[in-house]
Design a protein around this ligand. Structure first.
Ligand code: MV4
Length: 499
């Protein structure tokens, strides 16, 4: 059973099918017509559209899994994937949880415990506190040791939520109070800790796989610095920033980090890398990640298959010495958002979709023509992955694929992604986590290329052409039935409504 929706549910079912494993989808009210429901072998309704009442309702999901006779639950990413309580309930119900031991989720979910564990294991962490910071005295003590600037983080947080950067002595105490109250309201826990603030960092993560027989391997890195408001937009591997020596050191550190929590399954060790190429453990993600396909593309290893093998007590299908980085892969996350209007979500009906294809292109998506993107969930609709023998070839191919990508009915980030592929700093591999903020003006400067509207019109013209030929009707048989902004809806005139 896949306790998830969207592209990742489809992705997991694909590996199940190749392995001869029957798959079960679950769905909410607004997902009745979703692709994962159509693609799975069976599907069960689990509740209303809001995630709280469906994809986050662990008890209902477990009850459904038991009823339909599922052996295991794959949680995908997001939703219940890093919920130790849910993992425990699955195991208690006699279901296999396709993920690590709940203890590893708990240890890594608490960022202070994670830091302590990494220090004990000899994995470098950012200089900072080893214990929670409660009051002004503790703040002054650590600032005396490491100096300013510092960053205050919620121990129950992660992924950028509830962080406060402090550059001035006079802001320290108010920032502490704000961080604590934000942590309390967001996570129900006001525990915070302090790290030295690393300027202009790269976010580079290592993919880990481990089985239950003591084999822990890494599948190299993913450079994830192209992000906006802590949402990744583009990832690539290999990282254009790190050297072969650094890659080896970070890979060894990542394996050590995973072994320190007796990890099994797929996981990711996130590092910050500063401008001098010092690296520091940041967090561990105890799940399959959105950007896993670029690792699959350069290593040739099916991460979901390995997850399922591990969960069914089989060893990994390969050894560390057999893992190589072959060529270069890039992922662009395509979302139904309007980049030229503050990335406002743009849910709604997909009127037309034509996805790129061809050598070196993979799309992991779930929308189709006639599908209505619900308002309730993440706006990401497709992950576009390109591969090339070199970084340059992967970029050129990604540009070509973005050019081919046509969607009408909803606004998407496609044209914005195209501009990043054209950016000189990106093309030269010179960027860090501030790239989008620093280049926002250039990336947004002109109005969207006249292109999009002409593309839309070309699609519409093609439809008219098709319909008029196939149905032996003429343009004059149509009439405007609705009109809104730049859009008109045409329908056949009343006396011709047989098609
Ligand atoms: C930092 C940092 C600088 N110094 N920690 C943001 C997400 C969360 N996982 C940790 N984050 C950061 N932690 C120290 N000590 C800068 C960031 C950060 C960041 C990290 C990764 C990717 C994008 C980022 C964007 C802004 C800040």
């Amino acid at each position: 059973m896949i306790a998830n929706r969207g592209e990742i549910a489809v992705r997991v079912i694909r590996s199940c099918r190749e392995m001869g494993i029957l798959s079960v989808a679950v769905y909410s009210d607004s997902d009745r017509r979703a692709k994962h429901v159509r693609y799975a072998d069976e599907a069960y309704h689990i509740g209303p559209s809001p995630s709280r009442e469906s994809y986050l309702n662990g008890d209902k999901i477990i009850e459904t899994a038991l009823k339909c006779g599922a052996d295991a639950i794959h949680p995908g990413y997001g939703f219940l994937s890093e919920n130790a309580e849910f993992a425990r309930k699955c195991l208690a119900a006699g279901l296999i949880f396709i993920g690590p031991d709940p203890k590893a989720i708990t240890t890594m979910g608490d960022k202070i415990t994670a830091r302590q564990t990494m220090i004990a294991a000899g994995v470098p962490v950012v200089p900072g506190t080893q214990q929670k910071v409660v009051d002004a005295d503790a703040v002054r003590k650590i600032v005396g040791e490491i100096g300013l600037p510092i960053i205050i983080k919620a121990s129950a947080g992660g992924g950028g939520k509830g962080m406060r950067l402090v550059r001035k002595e006079s802001d320290l105490i108010s920032a502490l109070k704000m961080a604590q109250s934000e942590a309390l309201s967001s996570f129900g826990d006001d525990t915070v800790y302090i790290e030295k603030y690393v300027e202009h960092p790269h976010h580079i993560e290592f993919q880990i796989l481990a089985d239950k027989f003591g084999n822990t391997v890494h599948l190299f890195e993913r450079e994830c610095s192209i992000q906006r408001r802590h949402q990744k937009m583009i990832e690539e591997t290999p990282s254009p920033f790190i050297t072969p020596e650094l890659r080896q050191q970070m890979g060894e550190a990542a394996v050590k980090a995973a072994q320190a929590v007796n990890y099994f399954g797929a996981g990711t060790i996130e590092f910050l890398v500063d401008a001098n190429r010092n690296f520091y453990f940041l967090e561990m993600n105890t799940r399959l990640q959105v950007e896993h396909p670029i690792t699959e593309r350069v290593t040739g290893i099916d991460l979901v298959k390995e997850q399922i093998r591990v969960a069914s007590n089989q060893p990994l299908s390969f050894k560390q010495e057999e893992v190589f980085q072959h060529g270069h892969a890039i992922e662009c996350r395509v979302s139904a958002e309007d980049p030229f209007n503050g990335f406002m979500p743009s849910p709604g009906l997909i009127r037309h979709i034509s996805e790129p294809n061809g050598l070196g292109i993979r799309t992991d998506g779930y929308v189709y023509e006639g599908y209505e993107i619900p308002i309730y969930y993440d706006p990401m609709i497709t992950k576009l992955i390109s591969w090339g023998r070199t970084r340059e070839e992967a970029i050129t191919r990604m540009k070509r694929a973005l050019y081919e990508y046509k969607i009408t009915g909803v606004k998407t980030s496609i044209r914005f992604l195209e501009r990043i592929m054209d950016n000189d700093d990106f093309r030269n591999g010179i960027y860090n986590t501030h790239f989008i903020d620093e280049h926002m003006d250039e990336l947004m400067s002109e109005a969207p290329r006249g292109g999009q509207i002409f593309e839309d019109m070309a699609v519409i013209a093609t439809y008219f052409d098709y319909i008029t030929k196939m149905e032996k009707v003429a343009m004059s048989d149509f009439t405007v039935t609705q009109s809104c902004d730049n859009w008109k809806t045409y329908g056949l005139k009343k006396n011709l409504q047989r098609i």
